[in-house]
Structure formats: structure tokens, C-alpha cells
Ligand binder design. Structure first.
Ligand code: DGY
Length: 416
């Protein structure tokens, strides 16, 4: 076991709360949906049973409509805002919110993809766990297709739903919200992390405004879809769901389940992804369903098309340009764009989890040089700068939270 493998395992154990893992103590003290699925992938490298527990706890928060929330508030923690009281989902509990206090939105659905990978580590003991999880994963994907995929591509109702909170993709849509009536609040994130590495106050006011907007509608998907000023089809959700459907299809194969419904979803998502293609930037983009406009944003999510399983070569020249300009791949936003900011969260920094998905997708399409570059850069960033939440693409400066679960997980599962 190398020193860094040992350190990565230590971080997973450090952040382990028994049957779920926090992304990092302090800044994120609860179970986050996609962070948790990545944690499962990391645990699978040395404790497969614990890996299944992680995903099972995540799925235990599933709502009756199939949604798996982006945060499960297992135990109250005053160090985080907005907590369960602000989301108010327990008021909706009688109407189908889950048994675990939670947020009212979801996150990139990578759970089925990593359940499939965990299963592959140990098919003999995993078959039972996979079989028990299968109906919940089907219901989760079915909910996305019904509640978010009216354009074919998958829409977010809140920037937090894409996981890329302050990406420039949403700047235009966010600017249309005037955050009036937001109750006074105190941010907690900037008490844990340097504020210049976090979203701005203008962003936060609108994040909270959108939470209030959903809560006032009892987290009713149809009401939010009809009335919210914010609805953006996003490559993160579209490509992670596309991949998760393909992986769920593989699971259906070994379990002897019918694939017809999943095949229908994949076909709809493939057609919908075309809406996200931006010929001007030469990359997949976000599409504002209210204004009918593409964002003009080349992000690390743009390059998840191969992870999604598309045999698409159109964005390769753009990827080549980005790889040429960034010292460390992949920046979360185009370094040539005036809004690029190398340390501010999703407006520039490198994220290991996105790198893993992009590189695996590239390798599967036979684009092994690009995949190798992204993997080598990720391994180098971690080796030189530790298991940070994210890194500057200019000089590797570690940023955000430290001892970070998903960075440790992708080290074990892929980068090492
Ligand atoms: C946060 O609190 O910054 C999270 O990203 C929200 O999910």
C-alpha cells in the first residue's frame, strides 16, 4: 500500500459516520448525494460491504416520487446553512417526502453507475445487494425523466442540483431573479473556507430565494416547473443520467430484468443532448429553457459526453484547446473566457471527480492520449497538494475543503 493509498483510506474512515460519509467535516457535515456515491466507489477498493452500506443509506432517503435528495440531514449540525428547517421538506412529509430530513432537490445521478462498479468488484456477494437496490434506482431515473426531462436534456431547478453551484452557465438565468423577500440569513460556508474560493453573496441570495420558492410550493415538481424563473438544461445531469441508465441496463441484464423502459430513456436523452450542442463554442453547453438561449459556457461538464456514452468527435478540437491552455486539466471553466476564476469553486478550479468521469469516457472511446493526460494531471495535483476539494488549474493551489472524501475516493478507484 503506498503512502497516498493509506492516506486516502484514512480520509474515508475519518469522514465515515457509520453508514454514510460526509464530504468533509465542518463545511459539509451531512450526506450529499453524489459525494456519497463517489464515497461508495472509494470504499469498494478495500471494504465492499461498507460501499454497499453507503449507497443503501443514500437510497433510504428516497422520496415516494422517486427523487433521491441532494442532502440527507441525518443529524442536525449548526455549522451548515441552509439546514433542514430552511428547506421545510418535512412539511411535505405527508405528501411523499422521505423519512430522512432532506433538501428538496436532487443532484447528478451517479449512484447506479457506481452501484454497478461496486457490484463488479465482487459479483458473488453483490448480486443480492444490487437486486435489492434495482427498483429504487429505476424509480430515481424514472423521476428524472418525468420531472426534469421535458426537453429531452435534463433540467436543473436550482444551481445546486447540477452540483456545479456557481458555474457561469447559470449567470444569465440567475441575473433574472430579483431576490426579494429572502429572510435574513448567515452564511456558514465562508466561516470554513476562504470566501474568494466560494460563491458570491449575489449567488447566495438567489440560492436561498430558490429554496424559499420551492418550499412555498411544497416541493411540487409540476408547480416549480410551471412557475420558476430558473430552469436550465444542463450537461452534468444529462450525461450522468445517460451513463447511469446505460449502467442500470447492464445491471438489468445480470438480474434478468426487462430493459425496454431504460432503452426508451437512453434514446430520449441522446436526442435531448443535441439541444445542448453549441456550434459556436464547439462544445456541449447549458440551455436556458426560459430564454431559449445557450449559455456559451465551455465547462468540465461539457466533456462528460463520452462518459455519457456518445461516440461524438465534434468537441475534440475544443478539448485540445483547453488542454493546451490549462497547466492542469480539466479546468471547470474555459480559461480563455473573461469569467474564468482559477480559485472560485466551479468557475475555474479542477475537480477530480469530473476528471475521472471525463477520462474514463474518453478512454472508452479510444481517446487514450487525452484520457492519460487528465489522469496524470489529477494524480499529480493530489500527490503535490493533497486531497483538497478542488485545485487551481494554473498552479495547483489546493482550494475549498481539505481531507475531502471524493478526492480520496477517485484516487483509490482511478487516479492512483
Ligand atoms: C454547498 O452548500 O455549497 C453545497 O454545494 C450545496 O449543495
Amino acid at each position: 500500500l503506498s503512502h497516498l493509498d493509506g492516506e486516502a483510506r484514512r480520509i474515508l474512515r475519518l469522514n465515515d459516520k457509520g453508514c454514510y460519509t460526509v464530504p468533509t467535516a465542518g463545511l459539509y457535515p451531512y450526506q450529499w448525494n453524489w459525494d456519497s456515491a463517489f464515497a461508495g466507489l472509494g470504499f469498494a477498493c478495500f471494504d465492499v460491504n461498507r460501499a454497499w452500506n453507503e449507497l443503501e443509506t443514500l437510497m433510504s432517503g428516497q422520496w415516494e416520487n422517486g427523487m433521491v435528495p441532494h442532502i440527507l440531514f441525518h443529524r442536525p449540525d449548526p455549522g451548515y446553512f441552509p439546514g433542514a428547517d430552511i428547506w421545510g421538506t418535512q412539511d411535505a412529509a405527508g405528501k411523499g417526502a422521505g423519512r430522512v430530513a432532506s433538501s428538496g432537490i436532487s443532484q447528478p445521478p451517479v449512484a447506479a453507475s457506481f452501484a454497478w462498479r461496486i457490484y463488479q468488484r465482487d459479483p458473488e456477494t453483490g448480486a443480492d445487494r444490487l437486486r435489492r437496490m434495482f427498483p429504487g434506482l429505476m424509480a430515481f431515473h424514472r423521476w428524472f425523466m418525468a420531472a426534469r426531462a421535458e426537453s429531452g436534456a435534463v433540467a436543473i431547478t436550482h444551481p445546486w442540483e447540477a452540483g456545479r453551484d456557481n458555474a457561469p452557465d447559470w449567470d444569465a438565468a440567475m441575473a433574472r431573479i430579483s431576490p426579494e423577500g429572502v429572510a435574513p440569513y448567515t452564511r456558514r460556508d465562508t466561516g470554513h473556507v476562504n470566501p474568494r474560493m466560494r460563491p458570491t453573496k449575489e449567488d447566495y441570495d438567489r440560492y436561498i430565494w430558490l429554496v424559499q420558492f420551492g418550499r412555498e410550493r411544497g416541493w411540487d415538481d409540476a408547480a416549480i416547473a410551471a412557475e420558476s424563473p430558473f430552469r436550465v438544461a444542463d450537461p452534468t445531469l444529462t450525461f450522468t443520467l445517460m451513463r447511469a441508465c446505460r449502467d442500470l441496463r447492464l445491471a438489468a441484464g445480470v438480474l434478468g430484468e426487462d430493459c425496454a423502459e431504460i432503452d426508451g430513456w437512453i434514446a430520449r436523452l441522446e436526442a435531448g443532448a443535441e439541444r445542448l450542442w453549441n456550434p459556436e463554442t464547439g462544445a456541449y453547453d447549458s440551455y436556458d429553457l426560459r430564454s431559449g438561449e445557450l449559455a456559451g459556457a465551455v465547462s468540465n461538464a461539457s466533456f462528460l459526453c463520452w462518459w455519457g456514452g456518445l461516440a461524438d468527435r465534434r468537441s475534440l478540437p475544443t478539448l485540445a484547446r483547453i488542454l493546451d491552455t490549462a497547466r492542469f486539466a480539466l479546468p471547470s471553466f474555459d480559461p480563455a473566457h473573461p469569467r474564468f476564476d482559477p480559485l472560485r469553486y466551479w468557475r475555474g478550479p479542477v475537480w477530480g471527480v469530473m476528471n475521472m468521469m471525463a477520462a474514463i469516457g474518453l478512454a472508452e472511446q479510444g481517446l487514450s492520449a487525452e484520457a492519460a493526460r487528465i489522469r496524470a494531471d489529477t494524480a499529480g495535483l493530489i500527490t503535490e497538494n493533497g486531497f483538497a476539494e478542488y485545485f487551481s488549474p494554473e498552479d495547483g493551489t489546493p482550494a475549498g475543503g481539505a481531507t475531502f472524501t471524493w478526492t480520496a475516493a477517485i484516487w483509490l478507484a482511478w487516479a492512483s
